[in-house]
Design a protein around this ligand. Structure first.
Ligand code: 13P
Ligand code: SF4
Length: 317
């Protein structure tokens, strides 16, 4: 829209002056996605962060993602539009509680989903994302007892895929567990030809209805390559922007979020992550003007958290 243009121009000018790169997650609002240098899933974003030559990384996503970029680039400035952009998975797993559980079994091999704090990463053997979780679990040493934190649903799904038993931390993504079988079945009945595309952070009752279960980036590739023309997308609704842009001839429905106040409900309230949606163009411009808020982590924590991230990147390469 015309009234956004001065703002967009200023952001692009700041980017040039700072020699900055703007990385954005697939759940960001459309106007942020449209001016980012790279838009992707957690795996793609960490791969981009690992290889960037920019002096400043502007991270439009949530805090744990910006922290990952900082851990991979300790000497670069990493800024984000809103420091309050947390994550319910990160919150569910305090590092001291994880350390206490690890002490109960010295044979644990800890696999941490990237949606966790730097302190939890530092306690882990390897990191994974939804895009590589199966590969990471298959690569884990056969003689160790696997401990998967903090997403119970992703962990369950990977266990089903690999047949490898794991102890699961009981965290979840508050936005994905809103999807329920009943409301998805009703939407499917209205669109019988639509294929169902589900994020693995969803509950098993929802995953059981899926044609494909994958990361946000893989959703885009799968829908593009599919001969079908209609899809129900079971993840945060920010992804619909790229899907509609990159597959203009296809139809996408967002899965209804469970609404406790109006249950049983199949009203099309799309699921939004309140943390991802804290970022706006204005806040993006402001953080680039002020170079604040910025990620600052102790050096020794960065060193410890970097090893399991690098292990993930090596296994995924
Ligand atoms: P991916 O984009 O890596 O699939 O992750 C989804 C998510 O919930 C990130 O917080
Ligand atoms: Fe965390 Fe869920 Fe939001 Fe992703 S969508 S940042 S997992 S709360």
């Amino acid at each position: 829209p015309v009234q956004r243009e001065p703002l967009t121009r200023e952001i692009l000018e700041l980017k040039r002056r700072l020699n900055a790169v703007i990385l954005a997650h697939n759940y960001q609002v459309p106007e942020i996605q449209d001016l980012a240098d790279f838009v992707g899933d957690s795996l793609g974003l960490s791969q981009q962060a690992a290889r960037t030559r920019a002096d400043v990384i502007v991270f439009c996503g949530v805090r744990f993602m910006a922290e990952t970029a900082k851990i991979l680039n300790p000497d670069k400035l990493v800024i984000l539009p809103d420091m309050d952009a947390g994550c319910s998975l990160e919150e569910s797993c305090p590092a001291d509680q994880l350390a206490a559980l690890q002490r109960t079994n010295p044979n644990f091999y800890t696999i941490a989903y990237i949606n966790c704090s730097a302190a939890v990463k530092a306690l882990s053997d390897v990191i994974c994302t939804s895009g590589n979780a199966e590969k990471i679990v298959r690569a884990a040493p056969a003689d160790r007892d696997l401990l998967f934190v903090p997403d119970e649903n992703l962990g369950q799904w990977v266990m089903e895929r690999t047949g490898r038993p794991m102890t699961l931390w009981r965290g979840n993504c508050y936005a994905h567990v809103e999807f329920r079988r009943e409301s998805l079945l009703r939407l499917k009945a209205r669109h019988p030809r639509a294929r169902v595309v589900v994020h693995p952070e969803s509950l098993r009752e929802v995953r059981d209805l899926a044609d494909v279960i994958c990361s946000t980036e893989q959703m885009i590739h799968w829908c593009k390559a599919s001969p079908d023309r209609e899809f129900i997308i079971v993840t945060e609704s920010g992804i619909l922007h790229r899907l509609r842009k990159e597959c203009p001839d296809k139809v996408f429905h967002c899965a209804p979020a469970f609404d406790v106040n109006r249950m049983p409900s199949d009203a099309c309230r799309c699921s939004e992550c309140k943390y991802m949606k804290l970022n706006t163009l204005e806040k993006l411009r402001d953080c680039m003007r002020r170079l604040y808020p910025r990620i600052e982590l102790p050096r020794d924590l960065i060193e410890r958290a970097r090893k399991p991230i690098e292990r993930m990147l090596e296994i995924t390469a």
